[in-house]
Design a protein around this ligand. Structure first.
Ligand code: PMP
Length: 429
């Protein structure tokens, strides 16, 4: 594979854009080398500026669950764009998407749309604080809820990849209101609840974590969280930006059989356009402006292009819910293949998978939290990433990310991927 044009474009981008990218993980800093500049994409494939074809395992970090340039989404967006791109006034399609989204998820009465997962999570904790009249939130080390100040405390994803899980620029005042617990560890939650009696507004969690690689919650952990929150009148916020409309119609709430008090969405709900959302029971959502005192707003929130993409995407998923199983089956097939090849070659590894979220941690011990994820061998990861890239397979360029399969991916694409791994596996030793 050649990357001459990507390399030239990256050099040029670096002159004008910090690090040459508009979101850090894209820059390949964790794995080295030149980031791939995409020209176009269709179905399961990316086509880069040098004419290489890559099988895509990130699907724009989750949104494109039915593959790139999915026709019904494209058609809806193009048709809508011709009628105007934004009005800053109410439109019918906002209610259409709200109705459909709420009919697919459990336990939620109202939803508000924003423009990103970050905004959704930031707004959700403000709402939780306003509603409960309490200040502190509990988050889990290694979970990522976007780049709002309150979340950049031991954050996962790019924040940990680049060594700044606690970002400079976040004031001490903000940091002291974010309490840090360990994923899959109820004792750490209990200790914080004991030390901060009466002042915890919310517990926010990725119900299946994807930002320290994929980490699966123990049943007793997630149930225990729900019980504690109910008992202490703390709102449980599920950050379903990754899991929402990916693990099932009803997301992690459905598959884990746990009801959250506030749920945040992003990625799939926008069909590839910038959409985030947060939803809750009526009494909580009515606390938002203009009906309630908690302020939250957005110039482009609910804009017709984003809403039409989201509506086309959710309509497709609502009409063929078998997609979720199909995706989980494909991911399982990939899982078994990688497992077999790495085991046969004596490469220490752990594969964590939940539905269509999967990641490979290069370590001997099971990975159940951030500390475990940090033990992964990054040199092996780099070789794995670049080896697979050289075979035409695009994986997330950081060990602290989950893969996101899309349903355009075929079993022969997965076989191709596994053949690639067989060819490069000896380099991982
Ligand atoms: N929450 C989770 C669980 C995420 O994975 C992400 C992004 N990867 C976010 C929030 C932030 O979303 P965005 O990048 O759209 O701001």
């Amino acid at each position: 594979m050649k990357y001459q044009r990507s390399s030239a474009l990256f050099k040029e981008a670096q002159r004008y854009i910090p690090g040459g990218v508009n979101s850090p993980v894209r820059a390949f800093k964790a794995v080295g080398g030149t980031p791939v500049f995409v020209k176009e994409a269709k179905g399961a494939y990316l086509y880069d500026e040098d004419g290489n074809r890559l099988i895509d395992y990130i699907s724009s970090w989750g949104p494109l669950i039915l593959g790139h340039a999915y026709e019904p989404v494209l058609e809806a967006v193009i048709k809508k764009a011709k009628k105007g791109t934004s009005f800053g006034m109410p439109t019918e399609i906002e209610t259409d998407l709200a109705k459909l989204a709420l009919s697919m998820v459990l336990n939620m009465d109202k939803i508000r749309f924003v423009n990103s997962g970050t905004e959704a999570c930031m707004s959700a904790i403000r709402l939780a604080r306003g509603f409960t009249g309490k200040d502190k939130i509990i988050k889990f080390a290694g979970c990522y809820h976007g780049h709002a100040d309150a979340f950049l405390i031991q954050a996962g994803s790019g924040a940990v990849t680049f060594g700044s899980p606690n970002s400079p620029g976040v004031t001490e005042g903000t940091a002291k209101d974010t309490l840090l617990a360990r994923y899959n560890n109820l004792e750490s939650v209990d200790a914080l609840l004991e030390a901060n009696k009466e002042n915890v507004a919310a517990v926010i969690i990725e119900p299946v974590a994807g930002n320290m690689g994929c980490i699966i919650p123990d049943d007793s952990f997630i149930k225990g969280l729900r019980e504690r929150c109910t008992e202490k009148k703390i709102l449980l916020i599920f950050d379903e930006v990754m899991t929402g409309f990916r693990l099932a119609k009803g997301g992690a709430q459905e598959v884990l059989n746990i009801k959250a008090d506030i749920v945040t969405y992003g990625k799939v709900i926008g069909g590839g356009l910038p959409v985030g959302a947060f939803a809750a029971r009526k009494e909580i959502m009515d606390y938002l402006a203009p009906d309630g005192p908690v302020y939250q707003a957005g110039t482009l929130s609910g804009n017709p292009l984003a809403m039409s993409a989201g509506l086309a995407m959710l309509t497709a998923l609502n009409e063929k819910p078998e997609v979720f199983e199909s995706l989980a089956n494909k991911t399982e097939y990939l899982h078994q293949g990688i497992e077999r090849i790495l085991s046969d070659n004596g490469i220490a590894h752990q594969i964590n998978r939940f539905g269509s979220m999967i990641s490979v941690h290069f370590t001997e011990k099971p990975v159940k939290d951030f500390e475990g994820a940090m033990k992964g061998n990054n040199d092996t990861f780099k070789k794995y990433f670049h080896g697979m890239l050289s075979k035409g397979v695009y994986l997330p360029p950081s060990a602290f990310e989950s893969y996101f399969l899309n349903d355009a991916l075929s079993y022969s694409d997965i076989d191709f991927t596994l053949e690639g791994l067989t060819e490069i596996v000896s380099d991982l030793k």
